[in-house]
Design a protein around this ligand. Structure first.
Ligand SMILES: Nc1ncnc2c1ncn2[C@@H]1O[C@H](COP(=O)(O)OP(=O)(O)OP(=O)(O)O)[C@@H](O)[C@H]1O
Ligand SMILES: [Mg+2]
Length: 450
């Protein structure tokens, strides 16, 4: 799968700046009209160049340019690059930019994402891609040039790059800067690996348009008046309140009320502390939850009776990703276990990881039952990804959260368009972790038309 064609780029000062010299094997892939010129692309950087053919039998996969052209295209002589040749077009790369928040730290310019970004860059380079990571503030819009980082023997190095073919956005969720920059970059013809985030209510509404998925959806409403909270509690006894644009389990509230008692019991986590309390009326509940809910928009959802591991809740994270042909597949599945007393399983709020098989074996002794559960999880994950994509546009990857209840029934919790992958490292699934890094770089080739 990794045998994508690559060329060696050479420099020749005697060649004029309107010409590209290519070996005969590459020339035979072109389909030229009478004029012997091609459109030469590196990312969005483009120039019409005359073709000259290198007629030496033992020279293959070679491209030669004048050194000033090499600079103009932000290339480097004697390096290998991926190539796509079609009709009268030659493209090198693809050029892939990873957009993320930059911190003022020499060895960790991308903070907690530094290791992940290093892995992405190394992986992309092996595929012949021109990859770099950049901050949304390091774009020279006038010259359509980006100052970005690469990682090599000398550590992190900053240099200039053309506008890429594809951007992989790994910035803060729901950041205004990111979405503005994104729109500006898109206008220049750049593709994004994933569509913009849409929030939990939108996600729920889209998934519920697919009748095949309805049986897996927990009853969910948008909170437009607090009275609805009462209605849902009466109906389901235990509910989850979740901010529409929330992530990492933040600002999530659980409320329980027994029919016989007037009291509402609530629980939530704020700044890594667990709060619990009781409220004697709906109005009191509302004011008790002000601190955590603020003025955010919330959904309310029936509580799923998730499996437990030593008393702590368990759910499943499924990573679905596309490959170089643009086809969805499941890269990996892992269980997340909430920390003691937690109402969420998120790793970022102290959860841990466990292999799915381990959890299933403990709860379901019957092998056929276990297989059924796994098949169901796979089906719902892939179907959810495809359904969402129909409404929000092409996506390269999603992290699907699925709950399993005590009866082995599975429930769709939510889909993340910027999925984390720590859980696979936590459970020692090195191979899955590596594949999860490689997939977006492969999908970038597809998006760029390579
Ligand atoms: N209806 C529910 N019933 C039981 N547990 C739930 C329910 N909804 C959420 N949870 C628990 O809370 C966790 C977090 O919920 P959810 O994934 O919806 O939001 P989030 O994690 O904050 O968002 P993101 O995954 O985008 O960061 C889930 O993984 C699950 O463990
Ligand atoms: Mg989640």
């Amino acid at each position: 799968m990794d045998d994508f064609p690559q060329i060696k780029l050479k420099s020749n000062p005697r060649l004029d700046t309107d010409t590209v010299s290519i070996s005969e094997d590459l020339f035979s892939l072109l389909n030229l009209d009478n004029d012997k010129s091609v459109n030469f692309f590196v990312g969005q950087q483009q120039k019409k160049l005359n073709i000259s053919i290198l007629n030496y039998e033992n020279i293959k996969n070679t491209v030669i340019l004048n050194p000033s052209l090499i600079r103009q295209f932000y290339l480097h002589a004697n390096q290998k690059y991926g190539i796509a040749v079609k009709n009268s077009e030659i493209r090198l790369g693809p050029v892939v930019g990873i957009m993320a928040e930059v911190f003022n730290e020499k060895d960790k310019p991308f903070g907690g994402q530094t290791f992940f970004i290093k892995q992405l860059l190394t992986c992309g380079r092996k595929l012949g891609e021109i990859c770099f990571a950049f901050s949304p503030f390091s774009i020279d819009w006038k010259r359509k040039k980006i100052y970005g980082y690469t990682y090599g023997k000398k550590g992190w190095v900053k240099s200039g790059f053309p506008m890429p073919d594809v951007v992989y956005l790994r910035g803060k969720a729901y950041s205004l800067t990111n979405s503005r920059t994104r729109r500006k970059i898109e206008k220049l013809g750049v593709k994004f690996l994933n569509p913009p985030l849409i929030g939990k209510w939108q996600t729920y509404k889209i998934i519920s348009t697919n009748p095949n998925l309805l049986p897996y959806l927990p009853d969910t409403r948008l909170i437009t008046s607090f009275k609805q909270v009462d209605n849902m509690i009466k109906k389901h006894r235990a509910v989850y309140l979740k901010p529409v644009t929330g992530s990492q389990g933040k600002n999530i509230v659980k409320v329980v009320k027994n029919k016989k008692s007037p009291e509402y019991y609530y629980q939530y986590q704020l700044n890594n502390r667990l709060y619990r309390g009781r409220a004697r009326s709906l109005a009191k509940l509302r004011s008790s939850l002000k601190q955590v809910m603020g003025r955010r928009t919330y959904i309310i959802q029936k509580q799923i009776n998730l499996l437990k591991s030593q008393g702590n809740i368990v759910d499943v994270r499924i990573l679905v990703q596309k490959d170089h042909r643009g086809i969805w597949d499941i890269t990996g599945m892992a269980c997340r276990i909430g920390k003691n007393g937690s109402i969420t399983s998120n790793i970022s709020s102290g959860g841990s990881g466990r292999k799915l098989e381990t959890i299933l074996k403990r709860n379901f002794p019957d092998e056929i039952k276990r297989e059924q559960i796994i098949d169901n999880i796979k089906y719902v994950s892939l179907e959810a990804a495809k359904t969402l994509e129909k409404f929000i546009g092409e996506a390269g990857e999603m992290g699907i959260d699925i709950g399993i209840d005590n009866n082995g029934k599975i429930w769709f919790i939510e889909a993340n368009l910027k999925p984390a992958r720590q859980v696979f490292s936590l459970i020692g699934e090195r191979q899955i972790r590596l594949e999860s890094v490689k997939k977006p770089m492969l999908y970038a080739r597809y998006l760029a038309g390579f």
